[in-house]
Design a protein around this ligand. Structure first.
Ligand SMILES: [Zn+2]
Length: 270
């Protein structure tokens, strides 16, 4: 990531952040997220900044309505910066690192991170691989390393994770109950095209990157694991593009995904 990218005013100026997301989400003009109508107008007045009114459904909305940034008191410029930093960081960023950079509490930042990961979830579910294509399979365990065992704290739970990677193609990572052959086989037939060849070589480069990403997060709870896996697949699948392009894709995902879960209670951190 270059200095130049972080100096972009969309990360410091709320009006510019809003204009950036409006242009990105609505390149042909705003449309109502409630009814789809293009018959909308921007409301006047300072207190209504960024607010639109739909002339058909009479509903109010902003560029955040219907996205993972909806119903949040955190300024949009901070959401954009967090999205950018998470997408650009190849090794993954912890909520603690991000909270310092954003000047927000750990709790707020942790919550943002999970919403942003939600945006990174793939939208398509087409099988990977195909005719004459090679799909590689790899299993690993995530978590389970206690940082401080002095007080005989229970060791964090390990999670079995399976990755299927189409050679020169995309990856899909899943939380599996165990790494028994039968369990893995069931996942493979669900995810990979039956026409593919299955290889189980060690995925050397892939394994290295994966360790880097998951090494950032000390322990991950089962409930939140799928979002970490989504972040991982997202980064792998677009590994050959620039930081800026990756951030733009993450923002597209954020715009396209509605919030699917509520804020967890205090202490429920991954
Ligand atoms: Zn409407």
């Amino acid at each position: 990531m270059t200095r130049h990218d972080l100096a972009n005013p969309i990360f410091t100026d709320e009006a510019k952040a809003t204009a950036h997301m409006e242009a990105d989400r609505w390149p042909d003009g705003a449309n109502c997220p409630h009814c789809g109508s293009l018959n909308v107008h921007k409301m006047a007045g300072k207190t209504q900044a960024g607010m639109f009114l739909c002339n058909d459904s009479r509903e109010k909305f902003t560029v955040r309505t219907g996205t993972i940034f909806a119903r949040s008191h955190i300024p949009l410029r901070k959401w954009l910066l967090a999205t950018y930093l998470m997408a650009a960081s190849k090794k993954g960023m912890s909520a603690l690192q991000l909270s310092r950079m954003l000047g927000l509490s750990y709790e707020s930042t942790w919550f943002m991170c999970h919403r942003i990961r939600e945006g990174m979830k793939p939208t398509g579910t087409a099988p990977i691989g195909g005719d004459n294509k090679v799909v590689e399979a790899d299993e690993t365990f995530i978590g389970g390393k206690a940082k401080n065992r002095a007080y005989k704290k229970k060791e964090p739970k390990k999670h079995a994770v399976m990755t299927l990677v189409a050679r020169d193609g995309e990856s899909r990572t899943f939380h599996v109950a165990n790494v028994k052959a039968k369990t893995l086989r069931e996942t493979i037939v669900k995810v990979a095209s039956r026409k593919s060849y299955l290889a189980t070589d060690e995925l050397a480069s892939y394994g290295l990157m994966k360790r880097a990403v998951f090494g950032t997060h000390h322990s991950i709870s089962e409930a939140h694991l799928p979002r970490y896996l989504a972040e991982w697949d997202f980064k792998w699948n677009i590994r050959n593009i620039t930081d800026g392009e990756r951030a733009a894709l993450a923002l597209k995902g954020a715009e396209g995904k509605r919030l699917t879960y509520r804020q967890p209670r205090e202490g429920a951190h991954a």
